[in-house]
Ligand binder design. Structure first.
Ligand code: SAM
Length: 287
């Protein structure tokens, strides 16, 4: 067991020895603070029965901490140059499996079935910021057998995810994440705990996946949400009748009346349930 994985000196030493160069494109900012690493694992409430999927292990710093608490960890890393490093840093742990691949492309159903006991699994990830939204979207939209996702995101993204209706941060991302999960901010993370330091602060979010989703046609629902927030300064009557729904004002007026939503409300005033009501009542859309 290597207890120095989060020491800046050790990180520098190992990176030099392997001639490793950080890739900005892959969002490589490695954690160098043991308290944060432990805090992330605590947020995941990982116990010895749990199978965990980690995305982007980097040098294996969190992987090791998770492995000490979990039954098994499968970690998916895209950067080939990190594989020999992970062999060294995680040597001696028999409950870790590294998979070389892109989380946006690997067969997650197969990994859960073949390597993670069939689920429900826990996901822990300190993601490259460039791909945060597509990666989270893939994990929550595909009806995978996932219990919860603990994920590091930019502070500003966390603020948008947990924003309440009526606030300026509230938008389609808040509705999207709240449709599929119960989100909460587990802890705030300053930029100083990474090597190299990113330009922004971060937050660790816990997304507990909803077992029961609202019974709506999801394609219609998210069309309504996109259309409403596409012109968020307009009233809901105007934004829905000028967006991608291709319906005129008369139709939208009838829908809003039936849904009991005043015409002069704005997208940012509406809760997930309001968007669901609108999408249930809408005349059949040509999609
Ligand atoms: N978990 C490590 C830590 O906390 O120190 C590293 C976190 S770093 C922010 C992101 C990691 O994700 C890097 O190791 C990077 O190579 C990897 N990565 C980037 N894009 C990826 C993708 N599409 N699939 C899998 N891993 C990816």
């Amino acid at each position: 067991m290597n207890r120095r994985l989060y020491s800046p000196r050790y990180v520098r030493e190992i990176l030099n020895r392997y001639g490793f160069r950080f890739s900005k494109g892959l969002g490589q900012n490695f954690l160098i603070d043991g308290n944060i690493v432990k805090g992330i694992c605590r947020a995941g409430e990982v116990s010895k029965e749990d199978y965990v999927l980690e995305i982007g292990p980097g040098l294996g710093t969190m992987t090791e901490e998770i492995a000490l608490n979990a039954r098994k960890v499968v970690a998916i890393e895209l950067d080939e140059a990190l594989l020999p490093i992970l062999d060294e840093t995680l040597k001696g742990h028999d409950n870790i499996e590294i998979v070389h691949g892109d989380i946006l492309k690997v067969d997650i159903v197969d990994i859960i079935e073949e390597k993670l006991g069939g689920g429900p699994i826990k996901v822990i990830a300190n993601l490259p910021y460039y791909a945060t939204t597509p990666i989270i979207a893939r994990l929550i939209e595909e009806d995978l057998n996932i219990d919860s996702i603990v994920v590091m995101v930019q502070k500003e993204v966390a603020d948008r995810i947990v924003a309440n209706p009526g606030s300026k941060e509230y938008g389609s991302l808040s509705v999207f994440i709240n449709f599929y999960t119960y989100p909460e901010v587990a802890m705030e993370v300053p930029r100083t705990v990474f090597m190299p330091q990113p330009k922004v602060d971060s937050a660790v979010m816990k997304l507990k996946l909803r077992r029961e989703l609202l019974e709506v046609d999801r394609e219609v629902f998210f069309k309504v949400v996109r259309s409403a927030f596409g012109k968020r300064r307009k009233t809901i009557l105007n934004s829905l009748s000028s967006g991608e729904l291709n319906l005129g004002k008369d139709d939208i007026r009838k829908v809003l009346e039936a849904a009991d939503i005043p015409f002069n409300k704005r997208a940012e005033d509406l809760k997930v349930e309001h968007f669901a009501k609108i999408s249930e009542i809408l005349p059949p859309l040509d999609i």
